[in-house]
Design a protein around this ligand. Structure first.
Ligand SMILES: C[S@@+](CC[C@H](N)C(=O)[O-])C[C@H]1O[C@@H](n2cnc3c(N)ncnc32)[C@H](O)[C@@H]1O
Length: 322
């Protein structure tokens, strides 16, 4: 519960990104139920932890999507205009983009990510591995409008949104994001997008509750960030990770559960927790191919192709601005 208004002006917050984090965290921890946006998992440590998740035996999405991109590489390459700019929303380690960049004659790559330090290091590595490719990293929040570097304005543009990051949005937000991506990419744009599919509940549960506890560390990283960046005093040992499948809403939910009755201070405000009270930190919506295609069409895109792996675990869609 909020005792008094957060003293954001007095918090000596160093930059715009941190002020946005402070404002969002103070607002979202005052909600019932408490929540935090998943975009705040990702500082350099969060990005490294996500990479560790992608290598877990239980975490099927990354290897399955990579397999689809590899198996369908020839078909995808045929859809890409020569000299196009590849614009990846939430590029992370750029592993999947590297597959596309190898197969097609792209003129430029624009990785966009909120995790600035991490994306700059990835861009440097890409420049070494693809010396002919122009790489223009953009640090920013893709849920807010942004402009592409002017050098890519004259190139055909292909958006790339893998990793089922689209699943972190509520369905109405996903629609808004796809419309906004269309606006950012411009007329005649294409988009390659990965969406995780609904499947056996046990497989989903295990993917987000790995035995090694890496997903738990990733989830708790948002508390670590609030302690370091916003001067909060979360006791990490007093919260526990929980992921559940909400069948009715077709989504995995990640939560941080308070193990006891406690009060946390942040930015001049007290937030009290009951035993068992949750901070809802992420949704990961699972789609069917039909539901995803309907979403894309509703946001003004035409579906050119949809591919899945043989076991129908994951889907990749090629869209064209309608
Ligand atoms: C689930 S990971 C996917 C990474 C990579 N594209 C892949 O497929 O493996 C999500 C990525 O999006 C970034 N991200 C999350 N929310 C973001 C936002 N609102 N704006 C920009 N980047 C964001 C994260 O930093 C992270 O690199």
């Amino acid at each position: 519960m909020s005792v008094h208004a957060p003293a954001l002006a007095d918090a000596h917050l160093p930059d715009k990104q941190t002020s946005a984090f402070a404002r969002d965290a103070a607002r979202d921890l005052s909600q019932h139920p408490k929540r935090l946006s998943p975009k705040y998992f990702y500082d350099a440590t969060g990005s490294e932890l996500f990479e560790a998740i992608t290598r877990l035996p239980e975490y099927y999405p990354t290897r399955t999507e990579l397999r689809i991109l590899r198996d369908r590489g020839g078909e995808i390459a045929k859809l890409i205009p020569k000299g196009a700019a590849l614009v990846e929303f939430g590029a992370g380690a750029t592993t999947k983009a590297r597959l596309l960049l190898k197969n097609s004659a792209f003129g430029a790559y624009v990785p966009v990510d909120i995790s600035g330090e991490f994306i700059k290091a990835q861009a440097d590595a890409l420049r070494r591995d693809f010396p002919q490719l122009a790489v223009y990293p953009v640090t920013g929040d893709f849920t807010a409008p942004f402009t592409l570097p002017s050098v890519v304005e004259t190139m055909p543009r292909v958006g790339f949104f893998p990793g089922s990051t689209i699943g972190n949005f509520e369905p109405d937000e996903a629609c808004r994001f796809l419309r906004s991506a269309r606006g950012i990419l411009g007329e005649d744009a294409q988009m390659i997008i990965g969406a995780d599919l609904e499947k056996d509940e046990r497989v989903l549960y295990d993917a987000y509750n790995d035995a090694a506890g890496v997903t738990a560390r990733f989830n708790l990283n948002v508390l670590v960030r609030m302690n370091r960046e916003l001067g909060a005093n979360f006791d990490l040992s007093a919260f526990t990770h929980r992921a559940i499948f909400n069948r009715e809403r077709h989504r995995i939910e990640m939560h941080l559960i308070s193990k006891k009755k406690q009060t946390v201070r942040m930015l001049g405000t007290s937030f009290s927790f009951r035993t068992g009270e949750t901070i809802h930190t992420e949704n990961s919506y699972k789609y069917s191919v039909d539901r995803f295609e309907a979403l894309a069409r509703g946001a003004g895109w035409t579906v050119r192709e949809s591919w899945t792996d043989p076991a129908k675990m994951f889907s990749v869609h090629a869209l064209m601005a309608a």
